[in-house]
Design a protein around this ligand. Structure first.
Ligand code: GLU
Length: 487
């Protein structure tokens, strides 16, 4: 059996789109599931789209997500160079383009911009492209030689007959057959000497012994042309897996507008790398059971590309938030604290025990920025509605709350031990003496301390963090507010 070799072949054009990360992940999983090799190839032939720094983003993302490549520009595995602009300098693309010309499967084209502008156009995937009319195919060998000798700019085009059909196979879509008349004579080598992606992907996947190609289904319509190139060379094409579109909640292609279309966006929004990878694995793939939480190692074990679905995958940010929350709950405290600290410090400027507060919120947040809403009351007591003291289940109202808070002043002034346990014992004693339920006492105290319906911890834990002086100040404020209310 041949060893599985997959490749992630990004174009360095900016942030890592969720769809690209999914391709990388699936390529990685297919290789690793079978003990194969996962390779990184940088596709930088489109110099106009090249973005400074984008290559660094690619390396950083692969490293952070754990998609460790076995070969790539930084790790020679004997199939280099691994950057297309460097491969071009070896002359490999020109050599194969010329081979196609010799076989009659490609030809030089010298048409200038003015002539091309007069050609018929067609809209393909939203883009207007001109359909080349094979004008230069009729040039004689001598004419071509003369043009080349005169240094006339040229491109090399694929020669696709107007008759017949071409068939290729995709793992998800099965056999796809198209009329050759529908395929344009695409450019293989551009006038700047660079190959197009369309040509380079075929030459590279073959010469780098790639066995499985995973990519977005926007490449499906070009694949018959790639198949013709494989056939012309007498090469076997790799297994093709064209992945379904990833859409937003409105079933539109997931785009920058959604605000969460790239890996970097998600990190900035406080998502955890492992949760992002886990979620992306499920954008088009599902295991046999309904299991949803997977580590990368578990994915390697379970991943079977035959279970990839071809229906569009909806990127559901609500689901990702839920999953992220599960990862945060499962984190060890030190890791959690390291990630939570900047978010805590952003809101809490006073001298609080941040570790205690972090512990309170760990099981309550879905993403790190949620922290602010949970803890802001520590920093400053918000204005609140005295109605909050009235709670049906706790059997409290303004009057009962005022009585409890008044009782608390001397008790808490006398209290030496301001630990959660110490405070709790004192309050429970009060509860027992009064013969009431816990909530009857805790509810008004917690309200006075936080001004919030929901807090990440109970009254005594909050008091422990606030300390004696601040706790008493807040309780006095509560008393004043209730006195004003009752009048
Ligand atoms: N460079 C192409 C892209 O980033 C790669 C497509 C492929 O995997 O073949 O879209």
């Amino acid at each position: 059996m041949t060893k599985i070799r997959t490749r992630y072949a990004p174009s360095p054009t900016g942030r890592m789109h969720v769809g690209n990360l999914r391709s990388a992940l699936y390529e990685f999983l297919i290789a690793k599931h079978d003990g194969g090799d996962f390779m990184l190839r940088i596709e930088d032939t489109d110099q106009e789209r090249f973005v400074e720094g984008a290559v660094d983003i690619i390396y950083r993302t692969l490293e952070k997500t754990g998609l460790v490549h076995d070969e790539g520009p930084d790790k020679d595995g004997g199939y280099g160079p691994y950057v297309q602009s460097e491969r071009m300098k070896t002359g490999i693309y020109m050599k194969y383009a010329k081979e196609l010309i010799d076989k009659g499967e490609a030809y030089y084209c010298f048409c200038d911009k003015e002539r091309l502008a007069t050609l018929k156009t067609e809209v393909v995937e939203g883009k207007e492209i001109s359909i080349y009319d094979k004008h230069c195919l009729s040039l004689s060998r001598e004419e071509v030689e003369a043009n080349l000798a005169a240094g006339k700019p040229f491109v090399i085009r694929q020669n696709i007959p107007n008759e017949g059909t071409t068939t290729f196979h995709d793992e998800l879509y099965g056999d796809i057959t198209v009329e050759n008349a529908e395929l344009d004579d695409m450019i293989l080598i551009k006038s700047d000497g660079y190959p197009t992606y369309n040509f380079a992907n075929v030459v590279d996947d073959h010469t780098m012994n790639i066995t499985h190609v995973v990519r977005g289904n926007e490449y499906l319509s070009s694949s018959p042309k790639y198949q013709r190139l494989y056939d012309a060379f007498g090469w076997q094409s790799p297994v093709y897996i064209h992945l379904p579109l990833i859409t937003d909640e409105n079933h539109k292609k997931l785009s920058k507008r959604s605000g969460h279309s790239s890996f970097e966006d998600l990190l900035e929004q406080g998502f955890v790398t492992e949760a992002i990878v886990n979620y992306i694995a499920l954008l088009g793939w599902s295991p046999e059971d309904n299991r949803e939480i997977f580590t990368l190692d578990e994915l390697i074990k379970e991943f079977d590309y035959h279970r990839i679905s071809k229906s569009p995958a909806v990127f559901d940010i609500v689901k990702l938030r839920w999953m992220n929350g599960e990862y945060i709950k499962a984190m060890d405290f030190d890791t959690f604290y390291e990630m939570a600290e900047p978010y805590l410090k952003d809101v809490l400027k006073k001298n609080f025990d941040l570790k205690k507060i972090a512990n309170m919120v760990k099981t309550r947040i879905e993403v790190f920025p949620d922290i602010a809403d949970h803890v802001d009351f520590f920093e400053a007591l918000p204005e609140y509605d005295p109605e909050m003291y009235t709670h049906k289940k706790m059997k409290t109202n303004a009057e009962t709350s005022l009585a409890v808070l008044r009782d608390m002043i001397p008790i808490l002034e006398a209290q030496e031990d301001y630990s959660n346990d110490g405070l709790y014992q004192t309050l429970v004693k009060y509860v027992e003496e009064k013969g009431v339920k816990n909530g009857y006492v805790m509810w008004p105290i917690r309200t006075a301390l936080s001004g919030k319906q929901m807090t990440p911890a109970g009254a005594t834990e909050i008091m422990e963090v606030l300390g004696k002086e601040e706790s008493l100040t807040r309780i006095r404020k509560g008393i004043a507010l209730l006195e004003r209310t009752i009048g």
